[in-house]
Design a protein around this ligand. Structure first.
Ligand code: FE2
Length: 168
């Protein structure tokens, strides 16, 4: 059994992971709608990963004697102006989630909650990977000169399909 405050914070993070999953689902849909199947596939896979993160926290809370709660989730963006905006926002979201995890780790450590501190190590490493992944995608867009259209957009989307296949 952990402290009430920590359960509340873990439930908040659970909500953020769920929202992240919904963000990527909506991004994926937008890509499919705009004929970017590779990007859509990549983001759909990523949405499933985020759902997995949510489940990890859900299980941890329940296994330690707390109660995981799926509260009200804010609606996520459905329209984008470009694929650049999609991936820029994805990277921003990952940076935000990393900062939230760091705060949670600091809180667990300060309150000498070592089970949670230990549990969160996996998330720290995961966020390093996630940020690196989306940085890589944003770099690719930049290398292609930004404002992707026609051939460059086609090449980028094909690269995203490769990313989707790599991260099976
Ligand atoms: Fe996540």
């Amino acid at each position: 059994m952990l402290s009430k405050e920590l359960y509340a914070k873990l439930n908040e993070q659970l909500g953020r992971e769920y929202i992240a999953s919904n963000i990527y689902l909506n991004m994926s849909s937008w890509c499919y709608k705009n004929r970017l199947k590779g990007s859509g596939n990549f983001l759909l896979k990523h949405a499933m990963e985020e759902y997995g993160h949510m489940q990890k926290i859900f299980n941890f809370i329940n296994e330690t004697g707390g109660q995981a709660i799926i509260g009200e989730l804010e609606a996520t963006q459905t329209e984008y102006t470009s694929v650049e905006e999609v991936f820029k926002k994805a990277l921003e979201n990952e940076i935000f989630v990393s900062a939230c995890i760091s705060d949670l780790v600091t809180f667990a450590h300060t309150n000498k909650d070592y089970p949670t501190f230990s549990f969160l190590q996996w998330f720290i490493n995961e966020q390093v990977e996630e940020e690196a992944l989306f940085c890589d995608v944003c770099d690719k867009i930049e290398m292609l000169g930004g404002k992707l259209k026609e051939e460059k957009l086609f090449l980028f989307d094909r690269e995203m399909q490769r990313f989707a296949d790599l991260h099976q």
